[in-house]
Ligand binder design. Structure first.
Ligand code: PEP
Ligand code: MN
Length: 458
């Protein structure tokens, strides 16, 4: 077989990924039906605009220098049922937790780049193509996220349905609309910072600690006001909020590609501001890398313990040949036990190549375990330990710890054990709602924001 030419020598088009080997993609039973949905999506309105997307690249470039800190978070997988059940309240609550965390972080360390895993986070890579029922011999194709098939353990639900791409697009559009309203419509008016709280967090230890920050911020604003500095400035009333998801389902991503403004010659994915490459689809000659190399958005690369430093450098050469600051965010997810040994070789490789990247810690995906009670969980202590390890390694290597990437929800769920509320394995059954990986609840997430060392991001 003739080897394909190096990426830089090949022409990129939004559909050039189609000739490359692809992993984690559904096999649709009816290709014509897929094409019909793709056509509708090609006529759909963009969810995000190129100017906003470029602003995010600039903000991430500041984070790569330690002048800002990235806070990225949301569900493991968004869900059609939750959207219908909560009527947007779950989205507003997750937005609120991210805002609470960003108040803590802004006060403690400096500017925060706020990015939701929202408005498009519907397709999931799976470690196995089949799933077995808990107490039965029956196995079915794995659930791959609501954008692809259904979660119900029934043969018909697991057949990939292209109409789900359209439903996900419509839900993303509505989600984006709500997020824009929340971000600019006064939900984060710092002159009313005492109103920024979730009821059920108020009664938790993290909630009490958050109140101290609220007091500090209120006092600082009162002080500024007394000095004659106007505190009703638009900058205090609105939050810049971005959305992101894993670029897994390429027919969807390709169909939402649009040219940039003013004949820039660039092509943007308009399904979200920031797209990332999953740990299971980062093959240098694979379809996902091919798709991402041509879009002008800032992109993330999930870096797990199996990523070889030489392979990382190859990925950087393909995905960011001009070494543009802010273009690449490396989201490391090593696990608490491995972060001290697996992260330094990647940092050293990046440093020796002179590559500019933004380092972000995902302390979730390397710390997933099965609970004796049968649920997938993450011990909060291990999440904390990986975050601490991430900061320690970057301090030792002289690199910049640029942010955190979390699976969290504003709902009072019981999915990760531990935390100041000391959730036990038996507690998991109380309110376990994730259709995929276990999320931090609001007070656990808030606890993490108290952990970022002073001096980071300044
Ligand atoms: C995820 O972020 O939900 C995910 C699947 O991550 P990873 O690719 O790092 O396993
Ligand atoms: Mn996940």
């Amino acid at each position: 077989m003739v080897a394909s030419p190096p990426a830089a020598a090949r022409t990129w088009t939004p559909d050039s990924w189609r000739t490359m080997p692809i992993k984690q993609t559904p096999t649709y039973p009816d290709q014509e039906a897929v094409e019909a949905v793709e056509k509708r999506l090609r006529g759909g309105l963009p969810l995000v605009f190129s100017g906003e997307t470029d602003r995010l690249t600039e903000a991430l470039a500041r984070a790569s220098q330690g002048k800002a800190f990235v806070l990225q978070g949301g569900d493991c997988a968004e869900s059609f049922d939750e959207f219908a059940k909560y009527g947007g309240n779950n989205i507003a609550d997750t937005f609120m937790v991210l805002m609470q965390m960003s108040i803590v972080l802004t006060y403690a360390i400096g500017p925060v780049v706020k990015i939701g895993r929202m408005a498009g986070q519907f397709a999931k890579p799976r470690s196995s193509a089949v799933e077995r029922a808990k107490n039965a011999a029956l196995s079915l194709p794995s659930y791959r996220g609501d954008m692809i098939n259904g979660e119900a353990f029934e043969e018909s639900a697991r057949v990939p349905d292209p109409e789900r791409m359209w439903t996900a697009f419509m839900q993303s559009t509505a989600t984006m609309n709500l997020l824009r309203t929340l971000a600019t419509g006064g939900a984060l008016d710092l002159s009313r910072v005492q109103d920024i709280n979730l009821k059920f967090v108020e009664g938790t230890p993290a909630g009490s600690r958050f109140s101290e920050y609220v007091r500090h911020v209120s006092n600082a604003l009162r002080f500024m006001n007394s000095c004659g500095v106007p505190v009703d400035s638009p900058a205090l009333r609105a939050a810049e909020f971005y959305v992101s998801h894993e670029a897994l389902l390429l027919p969807y991503e390709e169909s939402l590609c649009r040219p940039g403004a003013r004949d820039s010659g660039k092509v943007y994915a308009t399904s979200g501001h920031f797209l990332w490459l999953g740990d299971r689809t980062r093959q240098v000659d694979g379809a996902h890398v091919e798709f991402l190399r041509g879009i002008a958005n800032p992109i993330g690369i999930k870096c797990g313990p199996t990523l070889d430093p030489a392979e990382l450098l190859q990925l950087l050469a393909i995905l960011n040949p001009d070494n543009t600051p802010g273009r690449i965010t490396l989201i490391t997810r090593m696990g608490a036990a491995k972060v001290a040994t697996s992260l330094p070789p990647l940092i050293r490789a990046v440093q020796s190549a002179g590559a500019v990247v933004t380092w972000v810690c995902d302390p979730m995906h390397g710390n997933t375990e099965s609970s004796p009670s049968g649920y997938k969980t993450r011990p909060f202590e291990n999440v904390l330990e990986e975050v601490r390890g991430f900061f320690a390694v970057h301090a030792a290597e002289g690199s910049i710890a640029g942010g955190m990437h979390l699976e969290l929800t504003g709902q009072d769920v019981t999915e990760c054990v531990g935390g100041m509320q000391a959730l036990s394995h038996e507690d998991l059954a109380n309110r376990y709602e994730s259709s995929c990986d276990p999320r931090l609840n609001a007070s656990q997430a808030l606890e993490l924001s108290f952990l970022v060392p002073a001096g980071t991001g300044s």
